[in-house]
Write a protein that binds this ligand. Structure first.
Ligand code: PMP
Length: 455
């Protein structure tokens, strides 16, 4: 009698969180039979536009691993795209969620306010860069936070135009698609896009060779000549670009842009959705870059994996929108807020910033060694636990997306979750949870090194 996948004897589903065995363990090839079953159901039931990177059925995660339904344990170097920065199912987040879910699950903050929403706003006002008076508003997703930051800036300045940057990524809703640079897969066929969005060149030291001041002059010239400060409500930029390739602008670029915005009544918005909450070895990347944005958008790491997002900024700007102009049914959901309060406490008090810097040391030293041995590794860059390797064709320096894709695929097949990014798809980004052990991180990098030599 033949056995089906569901008959196959495997270990019972483990409980997630930091107590999961911290090991890479491959008991089937990927995808194993149970994962294949789920992926077949996904193909039949879920819209084709919703893709996936790692062909598994995840059943538990914690520390530095994700465990699948077949019993494979994969090293997690992606943290669900920079979300589970504290580690998946962090015990303090789990406890806060369990307590809140039994208390009440929803009242709608716009109907019957509750304390945790206000506490999250107070915490964000306190921990974001700058000692000026701040206020916050909470939403569900990064894209929604970006949309609201633009609404607020337009209302405050009574102007309409917005400048975003080459390689920028701000989301998949209509306005945020317009802000996002890359057509495929984010925008292609989904237009028309929101109006009054303009694009300026990003400082990309590895490819443009410009100083921060020169790159800023170029961008400012476009803002002055093609848009006009009189029309410009806001400039929105990721202090370190995420999806666009972990591009770290040259020193002074962001400071010059911010100074120009200040003298021209333009709201300077830092999109810290990917860089925020200890990810870069500072609570916010703006601190590393020496800027104090007028508005800052956050999401991802904010609530230990629960959906929450925020706009935080200068009180006089945040208060420009009339009552009822901001909000949404679920924005600042009480369970997500309880998780965020617990998560922010861990970020502030459990050595997360220091841990991100330790991870930076391991990642950059190992990757720099690989780069010294292999000319296909063009650039290593980033901060904290947000580090990337850009792959090129030796000699020409042209982006090598094919090689990058092959390496990422080989890593996943060997049980290491890595994500790619970049306008040219030629960047592997490392975004491990800060709860990963040094040993697992090294093992993940060993697998990467082997995949690189084999490719
Ligand atoms: N901005 C940045 C910088 C991001 O990295 C992302 C998500 N990758 C977004 C906005 C959109 O966030 P969400 O997917 O939660 O809408």
């Amino acid at each position: 009698m033949s056995t089906t996948a569901s008959d196959t004897l495997i270990a019972p589903v483990p409980v997630g969180g930091p107590d999961l065995p911290q090991e890479r363990r491959m008991v089937t090839s990927i995808p194993g039979p149970r994962s294949q079953e789920l992926l077949a159901r996904k193909a039949a039931a879920v819209a084709a536009g919703v893709g996936h990177t790692v062909p598994i059925q995840a059943v538990a995660a914690g520390g530095g691993v994700v465990v699948d339904a077949d019993g494979n344990s994969l090293i997690d170097l992606g943290a669900g795209i920079a979300v589970t920065t504290l580690g998946n199912a962090h015990p303090k987040v789990v406890a806060a969620v369990q307590e809140q879910v039994a208390q009440f699950t929803h009242t709608c903050f716009m109907v019957s306010p509750y304390e945790s929403y206000v506490a999250v706003a107070e915490a964000l006002n306190r921990i974001t860069p700058g000692s000026h008076a701040k206020k916050s508003a909470l939403f569900n997703s990064g894209a929604e936070a970006v949309e609201n930051a633009i609404k607020i800036a337009r209302k405050y300045t009574k102007k309409q135009a917005v400048v975003a940057f080459d390689h920028g990524y701000h989301g998949r809703t209509n306005l945020t698609m317009a802000l996002t640079a890359k057509s495929m897969p984010y925008k292609s066929g989904f237009g028309p896009f929101a109006g009054e969005i303009y694009r300026a060149p990003m400082s990309y030291p590895f490819r443009d060779g410009l100083s921060g001041a020169d790159a800023a002059r170029k961008a400012i010239s476009i803002m002055e000549k093609q848009v006009g400060a009189d029309n410009l409500a806001a400039v929105i930029i990721e202090p370190i670009q995420g999806e666009g390739g972990f591009i770290v602008p040259a020193d002074g670029f962001l400071q010059d842009l911010q100074a120009w915005c200040r003298s021209n009544d333009v709201v300077f918005i830092a999109d810290e959705i990917q860089t925020g909450f200890a990810r870069t070895g500072a609570m916010f990347a703006s601190e590393l870059m020496g800027i104090e944005p007028d508005l800052i958008t956050t999401a991802k790491g904010i609530a230990g994996g629960l959906p929450l997002a925020a706009v935080t900024g200068r009180a006089e700007i945040m208060d420009a929108a009339h009552t009822g102009g901001l909000g949404g049914t679920y924005g600042g959901n009480p369970i997500a807020c309880a998780a965020a309060i617990a998560a922010i406490d861990v970020f502030e008090n459990d050595g997360m910033i220091e841990r991100a810097r330790e991870i930076e040391t391991i990642l950059t030293s190992r990757l720099s060694q690989m780069k010294a041995d292999d000319p296909r590794l063009g650039d290593i860059r980033g901060h904290g636990a947000m580090i990337a390797a850009e792959f090129v064709v030796p000699g020409t320096g042209d982006p090598d997306g094919t090689l990058t894709g092959a390496i990422a695929k080989a890593c996943i097949a060997e049980g290491v979750i890595v994500l790619t990014c970049g306008t040219y798809g030629n960047v592997i980004r490392f975004l491990p949870p800060l709860s990963i052990s040094d040993e697992l991180l090294h093992e993940g990098l060993d697998v990467l090194a082997a995949a690189l030599s084999a490719a």
